[in-house]
Design a protein around this ligand. Structure first.
Ligand code: AMP
Ligand code: ZN
Length: 452
């Protein structure tokens, strides 16, 4: 089976055909390093890591170039450094080191190149000069702006109607813009702000420009895959396309645009104000990185994912069950289960791949030990599971909130009283998933214990 990927540009699943099979090129937008990455940021990290592994398997380890940038110049960084009394360099170094450690703990391979924006200012200036030369940009009051109406198919990726884009852009209205949609390529910096000398004075680049410059430098004018979260489609990716295509005169920047869906926590948008904001760092205190990874891969990357304590607990229990079996077999990439690989090749269908993994586990226990076991271990290993020795696999203690468990038990009793058996079964299953065993007593009460 050939690799197929859903392309946001065409809104279709397409057979993947690299420009050069000897060098398959992928760019993924990386973090802005001002604070710890959150569990939502872990999603693109893990999803594109699986794609990177798959591409390396299909084309050869030395035939894939994966670039993930580090945005280390940004107004949020300036503000946070000032707040914490750190220099910008201290803050970005510290945050980047934490990010790298998080990515490693989640089992992600290092991308081939992780360029930092601040080390690529020369490419950014060169790109702006090309845009000025080709009349896709103009200088106004110390700023350089991209002239959006100069690009006839602006909006092709996000398919947003023009009036909507104009309305959105009005938020950032500035008197020096020719059109409200025009966006900044270069802006002036005050003496106490980070900046670089340029033909337009002391200043700094716009965010969108960074990715166009760094992908150009490492992957060329047109490359294969560009990825990121769905929130980046507009305006970030739309603007990257506008810059790169206008500068080099090609109709596309990357042939395949992949976007992961959003993660929410216990059914709600994650936000600091709701108190449900989880950093990868905090999550790693409670769960092994492989549990977080497995839990993420149980959902298809394009679907939204609901991050819950119940599903994490189930993921932990499932891996606890697999570890003693998987670690008995030697892993090789040649012994991946064919159906497992086929599922991944089908637009990274990790839920289907995990279904195959579950079947292989059962087959290993039921008899066909050598073949099924090797395939089981190798397939799990391929997506970044079973990386530890059994002795090092420390099942984390199940964390639960006692009052939450008792609340669920009370809700189940109420459902039973109302003869709502479906609801009472659902709650019982949720509790079982959390590792809680129930015992219904003769006197109508229910006792419970933690089963592990
Ligand atoms: P940011 O630092 O906000 O630019 O995000 C870094 C990456 O994480 C981008 O690819 C975002 O699209 C992605 N991202 C941010 N929040 C979430 C979320 N809640 N769920 C999934 N992806 C996210
Ligand atoms: Zn980007």
């Amino acid at each position: 089976m050939a690799l197929q990927l859903y392309n946001t540009l065409t809104r279709q699943k397409q057979v993947f055909e690299p420009l050069d099979p000897a060098n398959v090129r992928m760019y993924v937008c990386g973090p802005t390093v001002y604070d710890f990455a959150h569990i939502g940021n872990a999603r693109p990290l893990i999803v594109f890591d699986v794609l990177f592994r798959l591409l390396r398997h299909l084309y050869g380890v030395d035939h894939v170039t994966y670039v993930r940038n580090i945005t280390d110049v940004d107004d949020k960084i300036n503000a946070r450094a000032a707040e914490r009394g750190l220099s910008i360099r201290q803050l970005t170094e510290e945050t980047n080191a934490a990010f790298q450690a998080d990515a490693k703990a989640l089992g992600c391979l290092d991308p081939n190149i992780q360029p930092r924006a601040t080390e690529h200012i020369a490419s950014m200036i060169a790109l702006i000069e090309r845009l000025l030369l080709t009349r896709h940009a103009y200088v106004a009051e110390g700023h350089v702006l991209f002239d959006v109406p100069s690009m006839p198919d602006y909006g092709r990726l996000s398919r947003r109607p023009l009036d909507e884009m104009v309305a959105g852009a009005r938020v950032e209205v500035a008197p020096y813009k020719k059109s409200p949609m025009d966006f900044v390529l270069w802006k002036p910096s005050a003496a106490n702000e980070p900046g670089w000398e340029s033909p337009w004075g002391y200043g700094r680049p716009g965010w969108h420009l960074e990715c166009s410059a760094m992908s150009w430098q490492y992957l060329g004018e047109v490359f294969d895959i560009h990825g990121g979260g769905i929130d980046l489609v507009f305006p970030h990716h739309e603007n990257e396309i506008a810059q790169t295509c206008s500068a080099f005169g090609h109709s596309v920047m990357a042939n395949y645009w992949l976007h992961n869906g959003f993660l929410q926590v216990e059914g709600q948008k994650m936000s600091k104000s709701l108190g449900n904001f989880i950093t990868i760092r905090q999550a790693l205190k409670d769960w092994p990185g492989e549990v977080l990874r497995f839990n993420m891969l149980k959902a298809h990357y394009r679907q939204p994912i609901d991050w819950t304590l119940a599903s994490l607990t189930e993921s932990q229990r499932e891996l606890d069950k697999y570890y003693p079996v998987a670690t008995q077999f030697a892993v090789t990439s040649a012994t991946l289960a064919p159906e497992f690989l086929a599922a991944l090749e089908d637009d990274l269908n990790t839920p289907e791949a995990i279904t195959v993994l579950r079947r292989l586990y059962r087959e290993t226990l039921e008899g066909d030990v050598a073949l099924a076991g090797t395939r089981f271990a190798s397939s799990g290993h391929f997506i970044g599971l079973f990386q530890s020795e059994l002795a090092d696999w420390n099942p984390a203690p199940i964390l639960f909130d006692k009052s939450h468990v008792e609340g669920l038990i009370a809700a189940r009793l109420a459902a039973r009283k109302a003869k709502d058996w479906a609801e009472s079964d659902r709650i019982r299953d949720e509790l079982i998933g959390m590792g809680i065993a129930l015992k219904d007593n003769k006197d109508g009460t229910t006792s419970w214990e933690v089963k592990r």
